[in-house]
Design a protein around this ligand. Sequence first.
Ligand code: PMT
Length: 398
Amino acid sequence: MLEGKFVVLGVTGSIAAYKSAELVRLLKKQGALVQVIMTESACEFIKPLTFQVLSQNQVITDMFREPSKWEVEHVALADRADLVLIAPATANIIAKIAAGIADDMLTTTILATRAKVVVVPAMNVHMYEHPITQRNIQRLKESGIEVMKPAEGFLACGYTGKGRFPEPADIVKFVDSIVGRAQDLKGKTVLITAGPTREPVDPVRFISNHSSGKMGYALARQAVLRGARVVLISGPTSIDPPAGLYKFIPVETALEMEKAVLENFTQAHVVIKAAAVADFRPKNYNPGKIKKQGGGMVIELVKNPDILQELGEKKQHQVLVGFAAETDEPEKNAKEKLERKNLDFIVLNDVTQEGAGFGSDTNIVKIIYRDGRTEILPKMLKRDVADAILDRVLPYLN
Ligand code: PMT
């Protein structure tokens, strides 16, 4: 996927800077054209000559040196780049990007580019976990910059924890999935629901389920990478929404999710409902914390609206995809939902299987179509399941 792509690699002043030499070698091996920009402090850790030899290209270290061509060099590089990758990225460069500072060749290139920017943090665990660094990382994500999670383990500073520079091969895989992605959903609006809903009993208790949001967020991220305008409507989760969303609408209850989904339904070309919506909510909300009295307690429940079924009834041009989380007679139940909710296809996960369904990073799914066809996909990362689902949406759009 990186064949022929022009990658600007920013190397900053971290002890992990030497590992970027291997990164350059791997990027070149994939067929990328690599232009290295080193910050002044990076040059204290490793000599530009190493990168020059490996990238077979001049290394840029100083914004104010005589430009070799007439063009303003940082703008020319920024325009030409298919990807700007900052690896390793120190807390300092992350803070500068977050603040919009452009005082050297690397930071000016980052501000001037329209290409995808990927940041790979590497630093001491306490610096990484510091609320200021975390806030800066969050700002980068909100600006559409992809931030790769650092690895965990023994750090050069002697501590153990998060902040390790990931293996260069893993960085290449990560950028490959970003740069190489076809823009096959460009111009389409994709509405995705994710996570659980919470149905409050009293101010301290609620009824919910084990959905982590990982499946829905993976769908949202891959759809963004494929060029879609993504509206993500999510119940409470502990994961960060992906960068580049058109809209992120956090909700708590099924009724709130229903309202948000209906408000955004007309403009959507595709709706994928990965959320695990609570089917019931307490009939009465107790405004004060319910006290323990005597033996047991009975909470009367009422049915929540079936949001997907409502969409199935209103459906016009939209491609409608549902999920089914089943334990008993999975295929029979999923087929019944496919029909009743008027879906184009349904993604069935048998949540009793190891590595499938709630909370895991992987999923094992079966796709069932209206004409009775079924497709069984092997156990895959939720990211890859998301791409497989989006691949199957495409024919309905054309
Ligand atoms: O979030 P993760 O931890 O990554 O886990 C992923 C997942 C297991 C939650 C996900 O893959 C999944 O299966 N989501 C649907 C779970 C579910 O609620 O299934 P269901 O069979 O109850 O509902 C069928 C479909 O109708 C779903 O698309 C659901 O979003 C929708 N629905 C259900 C009830 C309701 N009141 N309104 C709805 O829209």
